[in-house]
Design a protein around this ligand. Structure first.
Ligand SMILES: [Zn+2]
Ligand SMILES: [Zn+2]
Ligand SMILES: [Zn+2]
Length: 336
């Protein structure tokens, strides 16, 4: 079969669309998780979501939606346990993960469903995705991408330094919960593509790869989304062609392809770092200030309660309002 014939098949078109949106959404959330050193949070949510899928299979409701509900509840529970910060927090998380996986397998059996049915969700089954599921996948992924990109300044500030962001007046707890919910939604979105047991790879590996090559946050998240999309679509196509000779599952192929991307960039990144050390012995100031005197008079001093968006920046806090971003310094305002 030629590539043109393959891509004209309706099931392949559905799978490609789902893979593209999944590949963009998962690393977008993953960037914030990696930044907060919560790389395995997606894995935990994935285990909890197994129970959600099983409930769907048992009740006859859509497994996608029962998985969304259970994954969101699980993610909020994980975030609340983590927030307490006790030493046995990771034990509490482990209990939740095992409970999720064991509960899922148990509930699947109760409904007289074979384990094979659950396996579609554990390791993905993108080529059997229905038109309705593709639409749900695209809508949920688009929401995740829009929030991750649209709220990037706030989410970045909170993930970078929570204490500083709190001083700056950001609602740290709400933003952390928001990231947890976004992670849960993207786990569910990626469930049909790479499966619940491998979903964390698509959230973390493209981010790790782009972090090797980029120092700025904006480039990291952009490159991670691009790499995720390339791995998802590429893995699906590779698996489809390889399947003429042997049984090749798209989910694991996608994950191995993104790992290959990481392995290939490793020496390139090492060489680039070496070269940039030779060329710039001194680190440049990343973002400068421009002094502005003709700023309109404020009827308030910017502060935690003033209602403007606060962005921590080096040793001070900038406020965003009326289309510009600035910080008060003595008698003048610094524009950015
Ligand atoms: Zn203000
Ligand atoms: Zn500033
Ligand atoms: Zn102002």
């Amino acid at each position: 079969m030629s590539p043109a014939e393959l891509f004209s098949l309706p099931f392949m078109q559905r799978a490609l669309l789902a893979a593209l949106f999944t590949g963009l959404a998962a690393p977008a959330v993953g960037t914030y998780l990696v930044q907060r050193r919560l790389a395995l949070m997606g894995d935990g949510i994935g285990h909890v979501a197994v129970t959600g899928v099983a409930i769907g299979l048992l009740t006859g409701w859509s497994p996608t939606w029962t998985a969304v509900v259970v994954a969101v509840l699980g993610a909020v529970a994980i975030e609340l346990i983590r927030e307490r910060g006790h030493t046995n927090g990771d034990v509490a998380l482990a209990l939740l993960f095992y409970g999720g996986l064991a509960g899922g397998v148990l509930v699947t059996g109760l409904g007289n469903q074979s384990a094979a049915r659950l396996q579609q969700y554990l390791f993905g089954s993108i080529t059997t995705i229905s038109a309705g599921d593709v639409v749900v996948t695209m809508v949920l992924a688009a929401i995740v991408i829009a929030v991750c990109v649209g709220l990037a300044p706030q989410l970045f500030a909170v993930a970078q330094d929570a204490e500083f962001a709190m001083v700056a007046g950001l609602r740290v707890r709400s933003y952390n919960l928001l990231v947890a919910v976004l992670a849960a939604v993207s786990v569910t979105v990626a469930m049909r593509t790479v499966g619940l047991l491998l979903v964390s790879a698509l959230m973390v590996v493209p981010v790790a790869t782009s972090q090797q090559l980029s120092r700025s946050f904006r480039t990291t998240i952009g490159a991670a989304m691009l790499l995720g999309a390339l791995a998802s679509v590429g893995g699906l196509v590779v698996a489809a062609f390889a399947s003429y000779r042997a049984q090749v599952a798209p989910g694991p192929t996608i994950v191995l392809l993104s790992l290959l991307g990481f392995a290939v960039t490793w020496p390139v990144a090492a060489w680039l770092r070496h070269r940039s050390r030779l060329q710039t012995p001194y680190v440049d100031e990343p973002l400068g200030h421009e002094v502005s005197d003709d700023h309109e008079v404020h009827d308030h001093d910017h502060g935690p309660e003033c209602g403007h968006v606060a962005v921590p920046h080096d040793d001070h806090v900038d406020y965003v309002h009326d289309g510009h971003r600035h910080a008060a310094h003595d008698e003048h305002y610094d524009e950015h």
